[in-house]
Design a protein around this ligand. Structure first.
Ligand code: NAP
Length: 454
């Protein structure tokens, strides 16, 4: 994919960027390595002050950064501005807590003393997706920088201006030169970067094939990876649930970011006794959503980020319909310029159809009816993915069973699945491994050094 800003609202190519040459990559690696040698010795207090500066810049210029995001990947401007502000939160969270998360941990031993010390590893490569083009990067960068690592960012090829803006924010905040660099490179150039001896570890947020490729190359070179991959999160609504609350949150959970979120509510699994009412109310809610120019204040759903994403979701819906699924609303891309796809609900989904077997990365809700909690849990788990899950019930036993039995990295009861700097985030099964955010996130890329003294 060419590295370019292509406005998803009208298909216009606004700016293209030449990928770095092999020599330019070498020089960035050399700069990163020499930055690390100095940066690892900087004081926690200095790193925290720089990260607070980054947070202030993100807040102050949220609208400017929001416009870059919306221009490049099409999310409604109001959510893009909110995303920039959320990045400020994660910066402040790690600026305020990292020293505590990384302090020495004393341990019993047969020596006179023993403890664990957390030390930085060096250059960490982050391969990031376009869907939350600021948030995904800052939730990696804030803990990595506080731990004394330096970062190299290979961002998605359709958000180069976001990538450059992030590098600029971190530099303007006062971090030393080379502590965080953007590499404008294509996916095929990632292998040479991971293989380089100066790169110690890598994290990737994105699709399964990309994650598998990165992890296998890293494995060959014995380097640690964290993978945050896809999700096909269930949104389970049981008899005792607050139906109106579930409908409102379910709509947000499915439509956030034009339906392109790894933790979106993709499969609505609803108890038969309340299914008709829930379905009608969900449909009524979807009918109110306004699709249009993502820069407009009153737009709920903008265009999908690229034409190929729109084509893929259109194809998945069409195949599912050909196999017997029913369309309640939407179901076909909108005519005209831009990658617009309308809010869609599919029901009566055949077991073999893509709607039951694949991740749907767009504004399409997949509706399933179940008899009871046993069927709900079985269906929720009948996927190779295991990122998040949301369950709606006011019955304590059902709640406890869902918490215990649903295979996911996170479960939210009577709420939508979301990321929060204070809570670990990540998946199981083919959704990946490792965790971001919270104390667990900062411990992913450190040397957990055992110290024993006689
Ligand atoms: P993608 O194609 O995998 O792209 C993600 C990043 O990986 C981009 O920077 C991309 O670069 C790069 N990449 C692609 N193929 C690669 C390869 N073979 N080797 C190294 N790098 C490679 O993902 P996407 O389609 O943009 O994003 C959608 C997927 O990401 C969905 O499955 C979604 O659920 C998942 N996701 C997961 C999370 C999470 O936290 N778990 C969050 C957001 C999204 P180019 O752009 O240059 O191809």
């Amino acid at each position: 994919m060419a590295i370019a800003t292509i406005n998803p609202a009208n298909g216009e190519t606004l700016k293209t960027f030449a990928p770095l040459t092999a020599e330019e990559i070498q020089s960035k690696l050399a700069r990163g390595q020499s930055a690390f040698v100095r940066y690892r010795k900087t004081k926690m207090g200095d790193r925290a002050a720089w990260l607070h500066n980054a947070a202030d810049l993100l807040d102050k210029n949220a609208e400017e950064y929001g416009k870059i995001m919306t221009l490049e990947m099409g999310k409604p401007l109001k959510s893009a501005i909110a995303e920039a502000k959320k990045c400020a939160l994660v910066c402040r969270y790690y600026a305020d807590n990292a020293a505590d998360f990384l302090k020495d941990i004393p341990s019993e031993s047969d020596g006179s003393s023993a403890f664990v010390r957390y030390q930085p590893l060096g250059i960490i490569l982050a391969v990031m997706p376009w869907n939350f083009p600021f948030w995904q990067v800052f939730r990696f960068a804030a803990p990595a920088l506080m731990a004394g690592n330096v970062g190299l960012l290979k961002h998605a090829s359709n958000v180069p201006q976001c990538a450059l803006a992030i590098e600029e924010i971190i530099s303007q905040a006062g971090f030393p030169e080379g502590a965080f660099q953007t590499l404008l490179i294509g996916a095929s150039q990632v292998e040479s970067v991971i293989a380089d001896d100066r790169v110690q570890a890598a994290t990737l947020t994105g699709s399964e094939p990309a994650g598998a490729s990165l992890a296998s190359i890293a494995g060959k070179h014995i380097k640690k990876t964290v993978l945050e991959l896809g999700g096909s999160d269930p949104f389970i609504v049981l008899d005792s649930a607050d139906i109106d609350g579930a409908v409102a949150m379910g709509t947000t959970a499915r439509m956030l970011n034009n339906g392109q979120s790894c933790i979106a509510a993709k499969r609505f699994i609803v108890s038969e006794a309340i299914a008709d009412e829930f379905q009608q109310k969900l449909l009524a809610k979807f009918q109110t959503l306004k699709v249009g120019d993502p820069m407009s204040e009153d737009t709920d759903i903008g265009p999908l980020a690229t034409a190929s994403i729109r084509d893929e979701i259109a194809d998945q819906v069409q195949k599912s319909v050909e196999m017997g699924a029913k369309v309640l609303i939407g179901g076909k891309p909108l005519a005209g310029k831009g990658n617009f796809y309308p809010p869609t609900i599919l029901t009566e989904i055949p077991v073999e159809s893509p709607a039951n077997t694949e991740e749907f990365f767009g504004p399409v809700a997949l509706f399933f009816r179940v008899k009871n909690i046993d069927e709900a849990i079985a269906l929720a788990n009948a996927t190779p993915l295991g990122l998040g899950a949301s369950v709606w019930t006011n019955n304590e036993q059902e709640r406890d069973r869902a918490i215990e039995e649903i295979e996911a990295g996170a479960i939210f009861v009577n709420g939508l699945v979301k990321s929060d700097p204070r809570l670990p985030f990540g998946g199981i099964k083919r959704s990946g491994y490792g965790r971001e955010l919270s104390i667990q996130g900062i411990h992913e890329f450190v040397n957990i050094k055992t110290v024993w003294i006689k």
